[in-house]
Design a protein around this ligand. Structure first.
Ligand SMILES: Nc1nc2c(ncn2[C@@H]2O[C@H](COP(=O)(O)OP(=O)(O)OP(=O)(O)O)[C@@H](O)[C@H]2O)c(=O)[nH]1
Length: 194
């Protein structure tokens, strides 16, 4: 079982992203903030191998930070989210990265996601800004939408591929490079993969 944690400000869409991935649906209706931490399991078939993901949905609210800090250490991968319609959530990414640096394992698999890419009218963070920040910190990046499904499957599959590769360590197998995989997928998909 590989453990993946969703982190980022309150309201960026962590719960919705997980529900979209797990159930293929958008959690419409009023926003119910996560209290503390919650998890869902999902088994993925990665190149013919079953990869079990335990996906932790953390509360973004400041008052739950001490609860979530305790879980960082056990995470094999982190999906760090901001909301493209909320500039403050983007500006906070630097603070999230230093928190990750402090509490997570050094070799944790990390990916930055700009969520709510569907909300083009309310957008306040351009894709290029997300790309630039991700490049500065050397992490793979993609925009997602829990509402439309854009890149949701891809984000989790990319993480699962990397985790599978790390756990197998077969010397004959060519090294999987998460960065290259994401870049290639983004290029083929163009702007609008769902
Ligand atoms: N347009 C749009 N709205 C979204 C998307 N994802 C989430 N939302 C909305 O954003 C709000 C917050 O979503 P949540 O998934 O509950 O946010 P969260 O990050 O889990 O918040 P906390 O639990 O407080 O940390 C809800 O009203 C969702 O309907 C998306 O991809 N597009």
């Amino acid at each position: 079982m590989r453990s993946v944690m969703l982190v980022g400000d309150s309201g960026v869409g962590k719960t919705c992203l997980l529900v979209r991935f797990k159930d293929g649906a958008f959690l419409a209706g009023s926003f119910i903030s996560t209290v503390g931490i919650d998890f869902r399991n999902k088994v993925l078939n990665v190149d013919g191998v079953k990869v079990k993901l335990q996906i932790w949905d953390t509360a973004g609210q400041e008052r739950f930070r001490s609860v979530t800090h305790a879980y960082y250490r056990d995470a094999h991968a982190l999906l760090l989210l901001y909301d493209v319609t909320n500039k403050a959530s983007f500006d906070n990414i630097r603070a999230w990265l230093s928190e990750i640096h402090e509490y997570a394992q050094q070799d944790v698999v990390l990916m930055l996601l700009g969520n709510k890419a569907d909300a083009s009218h309310d957008r306040s963070v351009r894709r290029e800004e997300g790309e630039r920040l991700a490049k500065e910190f050397g992490v793979p990046f993609m925009e997602t939408s829990a509402r439309s499904g854009l890149n949701v499957e891809l984000a989790f599959t990319a993480i699962a591929k990397e985790l599978k590769h790390r756990s197998m360590k077969e010397p004959d197998e060519p090294k999987f490079k998460l960065h290259e995989y994401v870049n290639k997928e983004m290029k083929t998909a163009g702007c609008c993969r769902s």
